[in-house]
Design a protein around this ligand. Structure first.
Ligand code: SUG
Length: 446
């Protein structure tokens, strides 16, 4: 049986905007109130997906959420027609409207944590949507994310969908952005690395001082239990608090892994040696390549501005891997020098591919933020909604759909426009037909 890694990318939504909502995310704060270009954003994301399929990789498309979320406004007491609610919120609670309008669900690395069947005691693929409870604008993603995941990973004989963890800070869960599965080959039982920012209950334990640590040890442990992982195939490690204070709000901004490679920054972890020892123990006599980037070659600051570690490390066949990096890594002398050197070293990484994802990067989301990984066999992949799987034809249809439905400029003030809300709903309704995914949006359910 052949197993593949599927990348499930979030299609960037028609109301993609910059409202500066993420405290601790340097790029989001720096671009507050900038004018966005949703059309360009969606096309940059689609081009990345299509490019990866061209490399022989498997790709799934996850649709955007409906934004602004009228349901979220109703939950906090706005009433009347959808149009009245939008107008009233814009007038009386503009900061709330900004929060319920974020296109943040596009970063599907935060949508859920997924464990493949080879790692779970019951041989099923387990999915737990992240509660994202550190930020209000992200916490409202859970319900729609769960619906989208259930509509995409349809077959309940293959996929087990769990509920999100309790919606309190002790169980702060940011999903796969803090989770990496390493393995000898995709179909074998792997080792799952869970990286957390703080202890959920014991406040005397190390934690950052300036920016929030969004993800707790208790969240990671809960997901491992739900997914029926065996204790000797799980590693928990804490991100260095200073690194979070420097703007590394998720582990995928400071480390990325694939199969037998873990690529990470020297100063990323509180107890790095214990983490590496546990990973090495799993690999035993078979090769394991920890690639540590020294701080004197690439500073933490360089890592945060270029997203060197928010790269996709992908298998390109014949034992080789490529790094898919944001173009910003090419524009920074330190990261470019490092990447040029890396492909000459003794490890499977043989190629660096730079992609322009600036529309997403301005909100703090690089190539790896845009994707959620799931390992499936060919047989398991039959349980996925087939209309969501990227093909040349789907790429063409989605590009045409974006061209005819997306604006090329959105300023925060546009989010209050009733015509914009209706325009986006029409577009999303059409999208569900293209993906043949059924009625996933609240406005479609009536
Ligand atoms: O949660 N930005 C996201 C970026 C998430 C990146 N994901 C990963 N690292 N996996 C966040 O901080 C900004 C939205 C705004 O400001 O409008 C935002 O939510």
């Amino acid at each position: 049986m052949t197993y593949f890694e599927y990348n499930c990318d979030g299609l960037i939504g028609p109301s993609h905007n910059y409202c500066g909502l993420s405290f601790g995310n340097v790029a989001s704060a720096a671009n507050k109130n900038a004018v966005s270009n949703p059309r360009e954003a969606a096309k940059q994301g689609l081009a990345k997906m299509h490019f990866l399929t061209g490399l022989g990789l498997k790709q799934i498309v996850l649709p955007p959420h409906e934004r602004p979320s009228i349901g979220a406004l109703r939950q906090v007491g706005f009433s009347g027609t959808d149009e009245q609610i939008l107008t009233n919120a814009a007038k009386t609670a503009p900061e709330l409207l900004a929060n319920v309008s974020s296109a943040s669900a596009m970063w599907t690395a935060n949508a859920a944590t997924i464990s493949p069947s080879a790692d779970s005691k019951d041989g099923k693929i387990h999915l737990t949507p992240a509660n994202l409870n550190d930020k209000y604008h992200r916490s409202i993603e859970i319900e729609e994310t769960s619906d989208i995941l259930k509509a995409t990973f349809k077959d309940s004989n293959i996929f087990t969908h769990h509920q999100a963890l309790p919606q309190v800070s002790q169980f702060g869960d940011e999903g796969a952005a803090n989770h990496t599965r390493l393995c000898r080959s995709y179909g074998e039982q792997g080792i799952q690395l869970f990286v957390y920012g703080r202890h959920g209950f014991d406040l005397s334990k190390p934690a950052p001082q300036k920016f929030p640590a969004r993800h707790t040890l208790q969240a990671s442990e809960s997901v491992a239990r739900l997914h029926q992982l065996s204790n000797d195939h799980v590693v928990y490690t804490q991100q260095a608090p200073d690194c979070i204070d420097a703007g590394v709000f998720h582990n995928d901004v400071i480390g990325v892994g694939n199969q037998n490679v873990y690529f990470y920054h020297q100063d990323g972890y509180l107890n790095k040696q214990a983490m590496l020892d546990s990973l090495s123990a799993y690999f035993g006599d078979s090769p394991f390549y920890p690639i540590e980037v020294p701080a004197n070659e690439v500073s933490m600051q360089d890592a945060v501005t270029t997203y060197l570690f928010n790269t996709q490390l992908v298998d390109i066949g014949a034992g080789k891997m490529a790094i898919v990096a944001p173009i910003e890594c090419k524009e920074n002398a330190n990261t470019q020098r490092y990447l040029d050197k890396l492909i000459g070293l003794d490890n499977p990484v043989q190629e660096i591919i730079y992609r322009d994802l600036r529309q997403s990067m301005r909100n703090g989301g690089g190539p790896a933020c845009l994707r959620l990984r799931v390992v499936m066999s060919e047989a398991e992949a039959k349980g996925v909604n087939q209309g969501s799987i990227m093909t040349d034809e789907l790429f063409g249809r989605l590009n045409t759909w974006v061209d005819s439905n997306y604006r090329d400029q959105v300023a925060p003030a546009d989010l209050a426009d009733v015509a914009f809300l209706n325009e986006n709903r029409r577009a999303l309704d059409e999208l569900t037909q293209i993906l043949q995914i059924g009625s996933i949006y609240p406005f479609q359910k009536g």
